[in-house]
Design a protein around this ligand. Sequence first.
Ligand code: GLU
Length: 304
Amino acid sequence: MDYQKVLEKIYEGALPLMGVGKQADYIPALAEVNPDQFGICIVPVGDDAVAQVGEAQTRFSVQSITKVFMLAMCLSMEGDNLWTRMGKEPSGTSFNSLVQLEYEHGKPRNPFINAGALVMADVLISRLSNPEKEFISFVREMSGSFVDYDHEVARSEERQAYLNTAIANLLKHHGNIRNHISDVLHFYFLCCSVEMNCCELAQAFRPFADHRRPFSFAGVELTVSQVKRINAIMQTCGFYDEAGDFSYLVGLPGKSGVGGGIAAVNPGTYSVAVWSPRLNAKGNSVMGLKALELLTTETAESIF
Ligand code: GLU
């Protein structure tokens, strides 16, 4: 498959949507990003022929995509014990909903909503001697690049963190957070603030696409079966309250973030990352979603 040609065609197809949607502005630092940008990069499994188009080398805030890295670390340390503290069902509500968490007594539906990620941040703080350092080392090793936190974005989010603070308080009330709430929130915002470009992100997701190979990065080890399970959760829970539509339109496991990024995998074939800051009403990148829909349509390759 000539992915470079495919990406060029996709770019043409997605371009009419440039200008549609609105970038996230509830994190003030994200509101300052030029919204009219687009980049995409594909990293094939077992082949170094990386294909890229547009602003694929411009770093952006990965935001919730980081939850996949957090899940990989938590699963490697906790195994199935993790599921005593959160579920693995799609939430059917927005990623920062308090209502569901309240009536489910402080047990988050899945690791990819904010409540689940706050519990994962708590697990990592309890388990790691230097969570900040060890988390970024892991993402660096997965991406093969010296990626880093954007402390300004993390601070900017922390200053307006009313809703996430409410979620953390509810979790603590139900005994599902063991460390200090302020430490958990601080570490969670840092994890969300990691800056990567599309090629770094696609590279970091390659091990999920290369799903038959045991996973070992910076001391984080997962079995083939655990990688399969992470892909399953990406498929069912990776796109906020739009996982069903994403599955229908695209047909790949993946994870989106409010920075406008989407990382996805076609197991056994490739990993892909796309970025464009303007979001639809559900919080997913408008051009990103279109580009991935065109990708699996053009190539006739998806998990279905
Ligand atoms: N840091 C963001 C928040 O907690 C992440 C949201 C996202 O990308 O879904 O609101």
